[in-house]
Ligand binder design. Structure first.
Ligand SMILES: Nc1ncnc2c1ncn2[C@@H]1O[C@H](COP(=O)(O)OP(=O)(O)OP(=O)(O)O)[C@@H](O)[C@H]1O
Ligand SMILES: [Mg+2]
Length: 418
């Protein structure tokens, strides 16, 4: 909005920023000029070169004998724009409120190129969405000091500790232990994620995924894995801090959180256990607050043009309003059903290999066979015929491996299995 206002030579503009010191650089860039100048607080008057951009930070004053209306028409005649950055006083309606000052991408690119060179810079840029130039500088220094290498992964990781996520959002740690992606997820990631990262036609870009399945089948892990594959910030919409007892505040918080992810593009937005927020909200039992918040989200899911990949997880897809995950909002639904014996063994071997020393194949087989026997027994006791396709959750497989590792550590020599 600020760039458009400057190009249109609007006479009086206001904007906000967390980085007022970069105002001149950013305004020059947005206005396509090199001579933007700062005024110490007095709104400029008298002879001003045509097309000039002048900015004031904080408090501004109208010169004695002038009025804001007179100045406005003077600026208009000379196509001058006066920008008040981070206004302190209440602005008269003569000002066009341009919202937050953006950080033009070319300025970020130049800054990063100076640090890592022209060749390495493009790979790092996706980790820096929504940051001001000052924050980009801080993050590079923090990542350089705390991590061994400056990569998109280390920047995304450092970002989580360096800045507070805005209200309603929490940047998640996408680092994870041993993980074997479900085949269906792997195929989806391989075919779809390149369309997310590349600057292709936005209509081809994946918008979101719904991951459904029983507790412990790896839905949250799958969402983290996708974020990890992309090495971009991933935010969890934190509904606890979103809901507010005051009328209209919750809807406002939701809009602000969504505006923030738009600003931080490219990024992943995780709506974990979405049925806990919106389950039943489309029916007569849904309260009006939840319905309003759902409305805000539905609008954004459909309309946003930013590179934000939304991942929803749920244990109870049947409770969700169907409009939440229809095509246009979510491209793909995946249901995780746990693993059968063969996949469970493969998963257990994968997890076991990550221990030091790794658990032997024989111990893994023993642990998983015991798990299937005990799960089968439980089902038999409840009168369920499980002879076909017994499946267990990935969480149960992981827990069985942990148990076997501990057993081996407690009784290393007594066991015949190594
Ligand atoms: N594909 C996988 N590879 C390795 N471990 C896995 C995998 N999927 C799940 N796990 C293990 O199962 C645990 C539970 O996974 P996760 O938290 O993703 O389940 P969930 O489906 O989100 O469960 P809930 O519905 O209860 O939130 C993980 O902490 C991990 O130990
Ligand atoms: Mg989960």
């Amino acid at each position: 909005m600020l760039g458009t206002a400057l190009k249109a030579h609007l006479p009086l503009i206001s904007t906000t920023t967390r980085d007022p010191l970069a105002s001149q650089l950013v305004l020059n860039h947005l206005a396509g000029r090199k001579d933007t100048r700062r005024s110490a607080g007095m709104l400029p008057t008298g002879q001003i070169p045509t097309g000039m951009v002048i900015y004031v930070v904080g408090v501004f004053k109208v010169p004695d004998g002038d009025t804001i209306e007179k100045l406005e028409s003077h600026y208009k005649t000379h196509e001058v724009s006066v920008v008040v950055v981070n206004p302190v006083q209440k602005l008269p309606p003569n000002f066009y409120e341009a919202g937050e000052m953006p950080t033009p991408l070319p300025l970020v690119e130049t800054m990063v190129e100076k640090v890592v060179g022209v060749k390495a810079a493009p790979a790092l840029i996706p980790a820096l969405g929504g940051l001001t130039l000052k924050e980009v500088g801080w993050l590079i220094r923090i990542a350089s000091a705390t991590q061994r290498k400056l990569t998109r992964e280390t920047l995304t990781d450092a970002r989580r500790g360096a800045f507070h996520a805005p209200a309603g959002l929490q940047q998640i740690n996408a680092e994870m232990g041993p993980y074997l992606p479900e085949p269906v997820l792997k195929i989806w990631a391989k075919t779809e994620l390149p369309f997310f990262m590349n600057g292709c036609d936005p209509r081809l870009r994946p918008r979101g995924l719904l991951l459904a399945g029983d507790p412990g089948t790896g839905k949250t892990m799958a969402a983290k894995w996708i974020a990890d594959q992309l090495s971009i910030p991933a935010y969890r919409l934190h509904c606890g801090s979103l809901f507010n007892k005051y009328v209209g505040e919750t809807e406002k918080a939701m809009t602000q959180a969504l505006a923030q992810v738009d600003r931080d593009e490219p990024c992943v937005l995780l709506l974990d256990e979405v049925e806990k927020i919106f389950g039943g909200s489309s029916g007569p039992t849904g309260d009006s607050l939840t319905k309003n918040v759902l409305g805000e989200l539905l609008w954004w899911l459909q309309e946003h043009e930013t590179r934000v990949l939304t991942i929803m997880t749920t244990n109870a897809q049947g409770d969700l309003p169907k409009e939440l995950y229809r095509p246009g909002r979510i491209d793909e639904e995946m249901t995780f059903k746990g693993v059968g014996l063969k996949s469970a063994l493969a998963l257990a071997e994968h997890i076991a290999a990550s221990y030091d020393p790794p658990l032997s194949g024989a111990r893994v087989h023993q642990a998983i066979n015991a798990l299937f026997e005990s799960e089968g027994q439980k089902l038999s006791d409840s009168g369920i015929d499980w002879s076909q396709n017994l499946r267990v959750t990935q969480a149960a497989v992981s827990a069985a491996v942990v148990k076997a590792v501990k057993q081996k550590m407690l009784k290393p020599s007594k066991s015949k299995i190594h």
